[in-house]
Design a protein around this ligand. Structure first.
Ligand code: NAD
Length: 375
């Protein structure tokens, strides 16, 4: 221990509950590799940074479990390593593919699971196209792009989640399906594994109730397209622990996202709760012939400085996805402002779901966003 640098004030940093500076300081401390005899003295280290030595394996590997940030750090001869390495994403659709891409680009090993091989193939194609585009624009290097693809393992087997440190679920927005997925995962993943749901509007607490680990279940609401959108809402279910939230905040930051914490598991969380009222009102105005989708969008872009108007946003997200989100908030709140307008329902029935079906409020068949609706 004599050769190690002077101890740093971990305790104060840890109390501030910001794991990032803690990480930096621990890194500095661990620059000197620990020898076996040093590892044996871990309880002394414990007092200084408020962490618990979990065990010594193979003589020189120590896992520190930090009670405040919930992060596990492994001190090895190579230095300090973060414990979340393997991420398992369930659902290879628009969101699952995006989450897989950003995690793989950040260096995580990601297994992406879908029940459909076709969905997996399509998602891999999209991810390859997208990372290559980031590389061609100079946002990431060619090497990072290549490595990102190499970091992804597509699978149809849920059992491959067994060694995951973190699971992010992004299957269809359906409570029964999500609960089935969570129940199955609960029986497969390790005891400590955090299971996150990317639900848009279903209660995290209700999804978590299908597991025996509600404290390790959290909402991570990413926005579409995931590689471009900076926000990830973190939702605390009724029993989500501080540690789980802190771990997810660290994970979200590590993949380049900014977070907001939704402290209560209310339907629609923050952004949708506000945004969907604008979507519903915009559709009502189009339906009643007050204005075209083009003018509704222009008003919000130029009048309020929004990057996109509500109709084009609905097309990008998927009219069906938004309709289900409205229904879920309405079911919880019985507030009529979330009731999906008739036009929205008819568009979904007619297959006008937005960009993914080439038509919604606009026509995308030419590859560009063209007007589709006339009054
Ligand atoms: P999507 O329809 O594009 O993809 C869902 C995928 O889940 C499909 O590929 C389907 O085959 C797969 N799937 C179904 N059951 C499965 C199972 N048991 N195991 C593995 N895969 C299964 O949906 P999406 O738009 O990616 O949405 C996924 C989730 O993210 C939903 O909860 C949605 O509400 C939420 N979300 C969507 C958006 C958005 O803009 N689309 C934004 C935020 C959150």
């Amino acid at each position: 221990m004599e050769n190690l640098p002077k101890p740093l004030p971990y305790y104060a940093t840890a109390q501030g509950r910001d794991p990032s500076p803690l990480k930096k300081e621990m890194r500095q401390w661990c620059q000197a590799p620990l020898a076996h005899s040093d590892a044996g003295k871990m309880p002394a280290l414990q007092g200084r940074h408020h962490a618990t030595a979990q065990g010594v394996t193979g003589g020189d590997v120590v896992t520190i479990y930090d009670k405040l940030s919930f992060l596990e750090w492994r001190i090895t001869k190579r230095g300090l390593e973060m414990a979340i390495k393997k991420v398992f994403v369930v659902g290879a659709g628009l969101m699952g593919g995006g989450i897989t891409q950003v995690a793989a680009t950040a260096g995580y090993e990601v297994t992406m699971r879908d029940i459909s091989q076709e969905a997996l193939d399509k998602s891999m194609e999209t991810i390859e196209w997208s990372v290559n585009k980031f590389a061609s624009k100079g946002k990431i290097t060619e090497d990072v792009a290549r490595q990102a693809i190499a970091n992804i393992e597509p699978t149809t087997e849920m059992a491959d989640a067994a060694d995951a440190d973190l699971v992010v679920e992004a299957v269809f927005e359906n409570l029964k399906l999500k609960q089935e997925v969570f129940k199955e995962l609960d029986g497969i993943v390790m005891e400590d594994t955090v299971i996150a749901t990317n639900t848009s509007a279903i209660s995290v607490t209700t999804i978590a109730s299908a597991t025996g680990r509600p404290d390790r279940v959290v909402g991570t609401h990413f926005f579409s397209p995931v590689p471009m959108m900076k926000l990830c809402e973190l939702i605390r279910g009724l029993e989500t622990s501080d540690e789980t939230l802190a771990a997810m905040e660290e994970f979200a930051r590590s993949i380049g996202k900014e977070t907001v914490t939704v402290e209560k598991d209310v339907a629609g969380f923050l952004a949708n709760r506000i945004g969907l009222t604008a979507t519903v009102e915009a559709i009502n105005l189009v339906a009643s012939g007050v204005a075209t989708p083009q003018d509704v969008d222009k008003a919000m872009r130029l009048g309020f400085g929004h990057a996109m108007g509500p109709c084009e946003t609905a097309d990008l997200t998927g009219i069906d996805i938004l309709m289900h989100a409205c229904e879920a908030i309405y079911d919880e709140t019985r507030n009529e402002k979330y009731w999906p307008p008739e036009l929205m329902r008819r568009m979904v029935t007619a297959g006008l779901k937005g960009r993914k079906t080439k038509k919604g409020f606009y026509d995308y068949s030419s590859g560009k966003q063209e007007p589709y609706w006339t009054l």
